[in-house]
Every structure is written in C-alpha cells, then in structure tokens.
Design a protein around this ligand. Structure first.
Ligand code: FAD
Length: 451
C-alpha cells in the first residue's frame, strides 16, 4: 500500500475545503465499475479499493488534487460515472479516487461544436445541444449516466457510430484540456490529432477537465423494430440500410434469436424464434423503410415517432452493451465479446461464425461506419463455461480474421490495442512522471512508487 495512515491524514488536510469521502462502504462503491459483466475479471479485481475519494468541483480543485497526489506519490484513479466495463476505474493499488461528476458546466454550445467540463453527463450535453438544433454525434448506450470525460478516456463509440464512425476517428474529438500529475501541475490543451494522446487512455495520461466535441444536426429519430425469420437476412437488411447513403440513421442493431427474448419489455413485439433489427431512423427517411423491409421479407412490428422519444421504453437502451445487461438480468452466466468483422457486403464471415458457434456465442451485431463503409461490429453473448473455452472462442475468431477487443482483461494492451501508441507513451512520461495514474493497467508502464 502506498497510502499510509500518516499520508492519508496529510491528504485529508490537503483536500480541506473540497468534498471528500472516507466512509469505507462509499469508497468501495466508488472503486467499482461494470467489470462484473466478466466472470474472468471479477475474481481478479475482488477487494481492490481506493483509500479516499475526492470530488473536485472545478479545475482549480483538480490542480490542488494533482499537486497533492504528486507530492505524496499516491496512486490516482480518475472516474466519471463508473460505467466502464473492464475494471478501467478500479484502483489496483489503492490511493485516491478522483470523482469528476461534480464538474458539470457547459461553457458554450455553438452550431456544430460544444465545450464542456469532463463530468457532464452525455444526456445533459445532448439536451443542451438540441436547444439549438444539434446533438452528440455518438453516445454509448449508457448516455444517461456516463460522463463525457469517461466516454473519451474509456469508451469507443455507440449510437450514432453508423453515421459518424468511432470516437477515435479523426474529427470526432476537437480538443481536450488535461491537468498533469506533478507537484506543480500544468494545464495542457491538446487540439487536432494531438487529442489521440489522451483518447481511450483509461485515465493514465492526465486528468481531462474540459472537452471540445463536434456535434451533428439533430434529427427527429423514429424508433423501429423489424423482425425476420432468418438471421442472415436480418443482417443483410441491416447492411443494405447501412450502405444506403440517402437514408439517415443513428442505429442499426441486429439480434439473433433467442437474444430478443431477454428484452422483457419488448417481447410482445418480437415473436419467439424470430431475429430482430432495431433502428433509429430520421423521420424524413422513414417512408423508404416499408418497401425495403418488404424486399427482405421482414415485418415492422414496432414504430415509435420521434415526438414520443423518452416516453416508455427507449430502444437504444437495448443495444450496444445494454444488450448484455438485459441478458444478464435473466441469466447471470452470460458474458460477451467485442468483435469487428471485415467490411463485406455479403457478410460471409459473419454468417459462418453465426453457424459455427450457434447458441454458445449468440450473434448481436452493431453496424458502424468504418472508412466510409457500413461494417458489422459484434458484441456476441457468450454462454460462459470456463476461461479456457472463452479464450478458445476468441482465438478461433481471431484466426478467421475477426478483430477482438477483449473485454476480459484490465490490461490496456491485451484489450485490443496490442501496443500502446508511442505518442501516448511519450505524453505519459511528461504528464505523469511518477507513474501515479491508474497504475497496473499497462504492461509497459512500470508502477514507480517505492514501497
Ligand atoms: C450497460 C453498458 C453499456 C455500455 N455501452 C457502451 C457503448 O455503447 N459504447 C461504449 O463506448 N461504451 C459502452 N459502455 C462502457 C461505458 O459505459 C462507456 O464507455 C462510458 O462512456 C464510460 O463513461 P463513465 O463516465 O462511466 O466512465 P468511467 O467508467 O468512470 O471511466 C472510464 C475510464 O475513463 C477514465 N476517466 C474517466 N473520467 C476521466 C477524466 N476526466 N480524465 C481522465 N480519465 C478519465 C477512468 O479512469 C476509466 O479508465 C457500456 C457499459 C455498460 C455497463
């Protein structure tokens, strides 16, 4: 442990005037995230907790926290809403949890761009942007609770990615402002391609305090469910729609049977044994849908106009990793994978893998735009038996040409970035010279604190 009773007292003194939490139950709660989706991670991260939580209200307080932690060489785990899936904000070496959720200011929103503090919830930003006819380009299915800082440091894409690609795609983050972990912390503003030094860095490359994010035009989004008798036709319908440039959409999710049966609130719209496609589609594009559905032999079973959005069930909250959440409320033995299939309008490999794994890795596809083309990503639901079998499935998929971002590891490199970007490493040395930020999450970064 690096936080001794003596320096814990010193920390409490240094944090005077700021909101802190020392109650062990609360601290333990704020040391958690959603790694519980992984039966592999749960035992590995059991009992990992911070020593104290500090909740800075503004950048000045973040500077004070950074200076204090650097002075006492205490590990720092930054967190937003704690909805990350890989133990991203579970502290492996105790120390200070920096909870950013009080930093909720939105300095400005202009046509096409917004400047926000890191703790702003994505839904709050979206609401504000919609007041002037704009919206977030993409958001995870956790948009109601997740923060913008957490999305950038820990997420990758989501609802909207069929139109705009992934968060890491050039142009999807305009600027980031970060505080360094030094005795005299600095504020650094990164713009343009430099934002990649901090994007998806799991909170190891400085504390993000502000974000400048591009927006997209806000459409009235209709929610639609289409069902099909066979999976691959459903997927090909999704592919066609994804490639149809004139039809504006925000979401194309395809669920092989029996996945829709886990969606208790929607079961009445999805006959047992059928495969479902969930869509968010701009209302002006809606009139093209029935003909296309007919062409593919599907049935529209549910349609909710945009003006009803927010009332009753919200289709988006059954997609992306919310699918796993719903399945696990019915069967806790279910876990998941994160895959990217090659771009191929025939969906050949997707079809092969669907048949190969059958019910063991149930196919859940999220279409996204990759290099300008609709491409199937998948968050397969896996009926978990053993870690060995899970790894076998992963290795088989990789051998066939499916890219896997493994959600069953808390090591950044193992999760899909096989190596950390050298630019991120160089930046790391500058902003976190003592290696205090989220230590233990990278293979190449050594935890430098003396015992
Ligand atoms: C049901 C479910 C569905 C999900 N769906 C999606 C999805 O569709 N797409 C997707 O990409 N993800 C998804 N996720 C993962 C997660 O919800 C998102 O990535 C979310 O944006 C994380 O935001 P957060 O505020 O909860 O971040 P946290 O979990 O609190 O943090 C995530 C990472 O960011 C770091 N971090 C947080 N704030 C800062 C900051 N200010 N400065 C520096 N580092 C920081 C943390 O240290 C941690 O490493 C899902 C998770 C669940 C449980």
């Amino acid at each position: 442990m690096t936080t001794t009773p003596t320096n814990l007292d010193a920390l409490i003194n240094a944090f005077a005037g700021m909101e802190i939490i020392t109650d062990s139950t609360q601290v333990a709660k704020l040391s958690q995230d959603y790694h519980t989706f992984s039966p592999v991670l749960v035992p590995k991260l059991a009992g990992k907790v911070g020593d104290i939580v500090v909740r800075p209200a503004n950048e000045q307080e973040v500077l004070k926290v950074a200076a204090t932690c650097a002075k006492y060489r205490v590990p720092v785990t930054v967190r937003g809403a704690g909805t990350g899936n890989y133990g991203q904000c579970v502290p492996l070496h105790g120390g200070v949890i920096v909870d950013m959720t009080r930093m909720q200011e939105i300095p400005w929103v202009k046509p096409g761009v917004a400047r926000v503090e890191a703790g702003v919830k994505l839904a709050a930003l979206d609401k504000k942007a919609r007041e002037i006819g704009w919206e977030m380009r993409m958001a995870p299915s956790t948009y109601r609770t997740a923060t913008i800082g957490g999305f950038i440091a820990g997420g990758s894409g989501g609802i909207g990615s069929i139109q705009y690609g992934l968060l890491g795609d050039r142009g999807n983050i305009l600027a980031l402002r970060v505080v360094t972990l030094e005795e005299n912390p600095r504020i650094i503003e990164l713009r343009g391609d430099d934002v990649q030094k901090v994007n998806h860095a799991w909170g190891i490359n400085g504390i993000i305090t502000q974000v400048e994010i591009p927006l997209g035009p806000a459409y009235p989004w209709a929610e639609v469910i289409v069902t099909f008798d066979d999976f691959i036709t459903a997927a090909k319908f999704g592919q066609y729609l994804g490639d149809a440039d004139g039809i504006i959409k925000k979401l194309i999710s395809v669920f092989a049977a029996p996945i829709p049966q886990y969606f208790t609130a929607l079961r009445q719209y999805i006959p047992e044994g059928t495969h479902a496609v969930f869509l968010l589609i701009a209302e002006p594009s809606l009139e093209f849908l029935p003909g296309l559905v007919q062409q593919y032999g599907g049935q529209i079973t549910y349609e909710k106009p945009a003006q009803e959005a927010g009332k009753g069930v919200n289709l988006a909250e059954f997609t992306w990793n919310h699918t796993t959440l719903h399945a696990r409320t019915v069967d806790t033995s279910i876990t998941y994978l994160q895959s990217m299939f090659p771009t191929d309008s025939n969906l050949q490999l997707l079809e092969e893998m669907y048949h190969h794994f059958g019910d063991e890795a149930m196919m859940h596809v999220e279409f996204m735009r990759v290099k300008g083309r609709a491409t199937p990503g998948a968050l397969q639901l896996v009926r978990y038996t053993t870690e060995e079998r899970l790894n076998e499935i992963i290795h088989y998929l990789e051998a066939q040409g499916v890219a896997i971002a493994n959600p069953h590891t808390y090591i950044i490199e193992d999760g899909g970035r096989k190596v950390i970007d050298p630019e991120q490493l160089k930046f790391k040395e500058m902003v976190d010279p003592y290696g205090l930020m989220n230590p233990g999450k990278s293979k190449v970064l050594k935890f430098k604190i003396p015992n």
